[in-house]
Design a protein around this ligand. Structure first.
Ligand code: CA
Length: 319
């Protein structure tokens, strides 16, 4: 069994390993067997809250109500462009009610706790929200689990009651919960371009979830993970983390990126409908305009017909 595990890890790593311009950063990665020490000055990883470690997984929360936990890297990221592959597992006893999900963070302040999936609200940085439960009662046109991105400069409130819908900048439906096979998510940040991809089918191929340009993130933030349960619960397990430094342009290497304020100037907050639902909105508007145009043309045609008839009647009376 142990042998199979090692083989599978080598396989995963081999398949997803990056090209010649990328190399794995050991300090920002975490694989089995996990280090025997966490949360010490010698460790690159720090545990918060209810997180527990076994030989098979790092469990941010167990399938128990009102738990919260975190897993935080202690070494800031000094390179501007990176890609992170996370193998995780979200599962539990609930069949229709479960929650709430977990978040992959790239933030200024590590190890904090709070109401946003166990992390602090009004955070500085990037959150990739792996949300398994919709807290909203109002209309929304995608199903959960749902992956979304939030870029925050410390001024935005993440409203759990609305799944952060008003500040999400991109998202996709993502059926990652309760899978028997490995579930993986990849986050790539290069040249201010953020791409999130998934592999939930064990095919060893990435499927793009979303890709957005003009995302500004500084260096020297921290990677981390957090999860929380409330009335609903689930096991939120991190299995492995592989982080790669990517090729950066000369300009990006030279510039001081430590003071960049996290921002997504071109992203439209709140427009996180997935690709399947966006066209339906537009097509509804298009259909309305088309019907409106047809009615105008019909009315015009009918008007012209009666005008012509009337004109002919008057004309015929002249003879
Ligand atoms: Ca939610």
């Amino acid at each position: 069994m142990y042998f199979i595990t090692i083989i599978s890890f080598v396989f995963i790593k081999h398949i997803f390993a990056q090209g010649p311009g990328a190399f794995e950063i050991r300090e920002h990665s975490l694989t089995r067997p996990y280090p025997s020490v966490f949360s010490t000055s010698h460790s690159h990883w720090y545990l918060t809250g209810n997180t527990i470690v076994t030989d098979r997984y790092i469990r941010l929360t167990s399938d128990i109500q009102s738990k919260a936990g975190g897993l935080w890297n202690t070494i800031p990221v000094s390179y501007p462009d990176w890609e992170m592959h996370v193998q995780f597992k979200v599962h539990g006893g609930g069949t229709s009610l479960f929650g709430d999900g977990f978040v992959i963070w790239y933030v200024r302040d590590a190890k904090l706790s709070g109401p946003v999936f166990g992390y602090a609200d009004y955070f500085n940085g990037l959150g990739i929200m792996m949300d398994t439960y919709s807290n909203r009662n109002d209309n929304y046109n995608h199903i959960y689990p749902y992956i979304s991105a939030v870029v925050n400069n410390g001024s935005l409130h993440y409203d759990n009651g609305h799944d952060g819908a008003d500040i999400n900048i991109a998202g996709c439906e993502a059926s990652f919960r309760g899978r028997e096979i490995d579930t993986l998510v990849a986050i790539r940040y290069q040249n201010n371009h953020l791409t999130v991809s998934t592999d939930f089918d064990g095919t060893n191929t990435w499927t793009e979830c979303f890709s957005i340009e003009n995302i500004h993130l500084p260096t020297h933030y921290y990677f981390g993970f957090s999860a929380a349960t409330g009335e609903l619960s689930d096991n939120h397990d991190i299995i492995s983390v592989h982080t790669y430094q990517l090729d950066s342009s000369e300009q990006r290497q030279k510039e001081d990126r430590t003071n960049i304020i996290p921002s997504a100037p071109l992203a439209k907050m709140g427009e996180t409908d997935d690709n399947n639902s966006k066209p339906s909105k537009w097509s509804a508007l298009k259909i309305f305009l088309l019907v409106f145009l047809l009615i105008i043309i019909c009315l015009g045609g009918i008007g012209a017909f009666f005008y012509m008839k009337q004109h002919r009647y008057h004309s015929s009376r002249l003879y």
